[in-house]
Design a protein around this ligand. Structure first.
Ligand code: ADP
Ligand code: MG
Length: 238
């Protein structure tokens, strides 16, 4: 059973096709990187899975359940936004606990869960601070913590490292792969960065003009590119 199944997923904006007949299964526990150049439709595809964008054709299934018409809040996925989107007036603890409060959990349940997740992400000493008092990397971790407390079936991440400087980006890359292993969670990770994809992915789906060019492990794509586009994008030797 696929955690996420994309079945003929397509999207047009007006008459412009942006995502075209994408078929892809993402298994439980995978770290799948959706890779491709700017404008190829990665964000649109991720937003369709999250329920933030409607489909022009096709279906989306989560654990065999057709969620194509299901509102975002009722889908068993969590989107980790690029822009952090934290509540500036709330403390880190309240930001992390927000999804649990919205679900009516008790104060004690919320406190226990928030403390555990904050400990896992190295945020314990920042729980009483507000987002403005944190570094970019710390804010990124708070956003991730807020997604983790929901215990979603899959995490959807749209270029989460793009606002970080080079040194922090490399450190956060390692943190994210560690976290993926510890959580045993399913990650669908969008990037245009080949290095991120090659170092983090268990599998890569390479997108070109809204279509999947090739799906496989990083070494499969690099060593056996199926098209000149794949070879050129990954810098495979001729
Ligand atoms: P990526 O994330 O790979 O950079 P996007 O999914 O953001 O690509 O965009 C794919 C294409 O769809 C781009 O040409 C973009 O301009 C277009 N697009 C995205 N959102 C909209 C929209 N709401 N209305 C019209 N065109 C859009
Ligand atoms: Mg994008």
């Amino acid at each position: 059973m696929a955690r996420i199944r994309l079945d003929g997923v397509s999207k047009r904006f007006g008459t412009t096709p942006v995502v075209q007949d994408v078929n892809l299964d993402i298994a439980d526990g995978e770290f799948l990187v959706l890779l491709g150049p700017s404008g190829c439709g990665k964000s649109t595809l991720l937003r369709m899975i999250a329920g933030l964008e409607s489909l022009s054709a096709g279906r989306i299934l989560l654990d065999d359940l057709d969620v194509t018409a299901t509102p975002p809040r009722q889908r068993d996925v969590a989107m980790v936004f690029q822009s952090y989107a934290l509540y500036p007036h709330l403390t880190v603890a309240k930001n992390i606990g927000f999804p649990l409060r919205a679900r009516g959990r008790s104060r004690e349940q919320i406190r226990n869960k928030v403390t555990a997740v904050a400990a896992a992400l190295g945020l314990v000493e920042h729980l009483d601070r507000r987002p403005a008092a944190l570094s970019g990397g710390q804010r990124q971790r708070v956003a991730l913590a807020r997604a983790i407390v929901r215990e979603p079936g899959a995490f959807l991440m749209d270029e989460p490292l793009s606002n970080l400087d080079a040194a922090l980006r490399s450190a956060t890359r390692t943190e994210l792969t560690d976290l993926h292993r510890r959580l045993g969670a399913t990650f669908l990770y969008v990037t245009h960065d080949q290095v991120e994809a090659m170092t983090m992915a268990s599998r890569i789906a390479l997108l070109n003009r809204g279509r999947i060019e090739q799906v496989g492990t990083p070494s499969e794509l690099y060593d056996a590119p199926r098209s000149t586009f794949v070879a050129a994008f990954l810098g495979s030797p001729p």
